[in-house]
Design a protein around this ligand. Structure first.
Ligand SMILES: Cc1cc(Cl)ccc1OCc1nc2ccc(F)cc2n1[C@H](C(=O)NC1CCCCC1)C1CCCCC1
Length: 218
């Protein structure tokens, strides 16, 4: 049985990324806001655009802390951010939704989101994704690395030097793989399940334009 060991460098890399991930978080208040009041479809749409806008700014700040990201071609940096912004939003939404909340809060939050104005047809795939992320019970290092792996996807549109992005992503995947083995020793398939979520995430993100266009305004 091969002994899995995270090296000193990988430990340092993980700390930089996790600290940056925790530092660059939009105020958790979106869940609190939704739990406090029931908003109209128009207000919810506005709330989403505000959250999305601040999330993009947070994402830019976060990527500056990914070792090697700023050494990439500048246009490629922009292509990676544009290509991963929506996925990062759904991933963040899933993590916010799956957070431990006082009993009954998750149900209220789910209800508010179901009634927010999002079209029925998108609600099921969205919550299926949220639940599959929740079932993983990711530690924060895994959440930070998963977001980093998503950002460092080489085959985003307009990326010129895909090799350079691939090398960075592989560095992060190696740390994430070891972390998964160490955190979930009784579940050897955990890392594979985690990466499988990224496929679900990409599919969900394909719907985002339609989700916005079909928002049910009164
Ligand atoms: C990300 C996204 C894209 C599209 Cl097209 C449609 C929908 C959507 O998020 C749904 C969604 N899933 C959620 C789960 C937990 C939660 F607390 C809020 C959630 N939201 C929306 C939200 O504020 N998301 C932001 C979360 C932080 C990071 C940036 C995004 C609220 C907007 C107000 C109406 C109720 C849904």
């Amino acid at each position: 049985k091969e002994k899995v060991e995270i090296t000193k460098e990988q430990q340092a890399l993980m700390k930089i990324i996790t600290d940056a991930y925790n530092r660059h978080q939009i105020p958790q208040d979106v869940a609190k806001k939704l739990l406090q009041d029931q908003y109209s479809a128009e207000e919810n749409f506005l709330l989403l655009t505000e959250m999305a806008t601040s999330q993009v700014q947070v994402l830019v700040e976060f990527t500056k802390n990914i070792p090697g990201f700023l050494s990439l071609d500048r246009e490629d940096q922009i292509a990676l951010l544009k290509g991963s912004a929506v996925e990062a939003m759904f991933l963040r939404s899933a993590q916010v939704f799956s957070r431990k909340m006082p009993s009954g809060h998750t149900e209220v939050l789910e209800e508010r989101i179901r009634k927010s104005g999002i079209s029925e047809e998108f609600i099921t795939p969205m919550f299926n994704f949220y639940k599959s992320i929740g079932e993983l019970h990711m530690v924060q290092e895994e959440q930070a690395l998963l977001t980093t792996v998503t950002i460092l996807t080489p085959d985003r549109p307009y990326v010129k030097d895909q090799q350079a992005v691939e090398r960075l992503q592989e560095t992060m995947l190696d740390v994430l793989r070891k972390l998964c083995v160490l955190q979930h020793p009784q579940e050897p398939q955990y890392f594979a399940r985690l990466l499988g979520r990224l496929t679900e995430l990409r599919t969900l993100s394909h719907y985002h334009t339609e989700m916005l266009a079909s928002w049910r305004m009164n």
